[in-house]
Design a protein around this ligand. Sequence first.
Ligand code: S3P
Length: 448
Amino acid sequence: MSGHGTPIPMSSHASKGLKGQADVPGDKSISHRSLILGAMCVGETTITGLLEGEDVLDTAKAMRAMGADITRDEDGTWHVYGVGVGGFAEPDQVIDCGNSGTGVRLIMGAMATSPIAATFTGDASLNKRPMARVTDPLALFGAQTVGRSGGRLPMTVIGAQDPIPVRYEVPVPSAQVKSAVLLAGLNAPGQTIVTEREATRDHSERMLAGFGAEISTEVTNECRIITLTGRPELKPQSIAVPRDPSSAAFPVCAALITEGSDVLVPNIGLNPTRAGLFTTLREMGADLTYENEREEGGEPVADLRARFSPDMKGIEVPPDRAASMIDEYPVLSVVAAFAEGQTMMRGVKELRVKESDRIDAMATGLRACGVTVEEGEDWWSVEGRGIGGVQGGATCASHLDHRIAMSFMVLGLATTKPVTVDDGSPIATSFPIFEDLMGSLGADIRRD
Ligand code: S3P
C-alpha cells in the first residue's frame, strides 16, 4: 500500500556505538499552527525552523489556496502574509492534505466559520480516518459538511454564513479537535468555550495568546476549560519553531537500546503536554538526562543526552499520561522489547485511529520479530526480552504511517537479524532527514 509514490523498502541492521549530535527538525504541531495562524492575521508573520515535511508543506499549499501569500527564503525563513480572521478566499481546487490529520482537521476548523466552501481529500490513510469528531462541533457553529459514509474524506465543508459561538466538551482526548473548535471560534462573535477532561497538547492556546487573541484556561480537578473571545484582530508574529520532541524520540530510543551509544539531542521542547515519553523512559531506568535546562519562548527546553541503557525494566505506564506521549507509544514498544519484564500501556484506544491502527501495526511486526505482545481495544502489553534477546528477521508493514516505519527501523538496530519495512516513504511526512541523521550517528539503515 502506498500513497506517497513508489514504495521505498528499507532495512535496519545491528549497529553499535551511536555517537554524536542529532539535530531533529522543527515541531510538526507548531509548524502547522504557525502557517494557519499566520494566514489568519493581516500582515507578515515570519517563521524560522519550520518543519519542511510533506504534512506541513501540504498545509502551506492549502493556506495559499485560501488566499494567503506564503514565500520561503533560501535560508529557510518562511513569510506568511495573511488574510485576517474571516478573510479566507474560496479555494478553486480540492485541498489535498496528504497524510495529515492535523492539517485537515485544523484547516476545516479555521475555515468553518467563513462564508466559503472547500473540499478536502487525502491519501489512502487519511481518507480512512474519522472526521465526525471535528464535523460534529463545527456543525454547532453553523457549518455544513458532506462527506463519504462514516464521516470520511473526501468531504466538502460549507462554512457558516452567520457563525454562532459554541460551548463544547471534547469527547475524546484530542488536541486536533480542541484546536479545530478554537480556530472556528476565532470568527464567531462572542465567547467559544471548550472543555477537555484530559489535558492534550496546548500549543493552540499558547500560540493564540501569542498572536493577541483573548484566551484563558481554567484548570479544575476534573477538566480544563478554555475560553476564547471571537473576532480578535490577530497580530502577525515572528516565530522560532522549537525542535520536535516526537522526532527526538527516535534517536533517543535508538541510543538507549544500542550498545555503546551516547547521543545528544539538543533544543528539545519539554512542554509537559508533550514530554510523557521521556518521563516514562526515565522511570524504566533509561540513562536519559536533561542538560542545559532553560525556558525559550515560554516553553521549557533542554538538551537531551541518551546513553545505552542495558538495565531498563518494564513498567505500567499511567493511563493519564497517554495524551502527553500519544505519538510515542510505537517507539516505546520497541524500547519495551529490550527491557526486562512487562510494559503495560492502558488508556490508549486513540492509537487505533492514527495514521494507522498503531497497536495492530506494532503488535504484528513485533510478534514477527519474536516479541510477545498482547492487546485489547484500549490497552496493549509488551514482554521485554532484554538487550540481545530480540531476534528480528521480519518484514514489517508500515501502513502509510511514518512513526511505524521509523519505529521498526529503530528496532532493527538492536535485533540479531535485520528488520525490514515494506515502505519507508511516509517518513518524509514528518522527518525528511531521518535516514541521513541516523546514518550520521552510525545507524546502519539502508534502502533495499
Ligand atoms: C496533534 C495532535 C495529536 C497527535 C498528532 C498531532 C496536533 O492528535 O497525534 O500527531 O498537532 O494537534 P489527536 O489530537 O488526534 O490526538
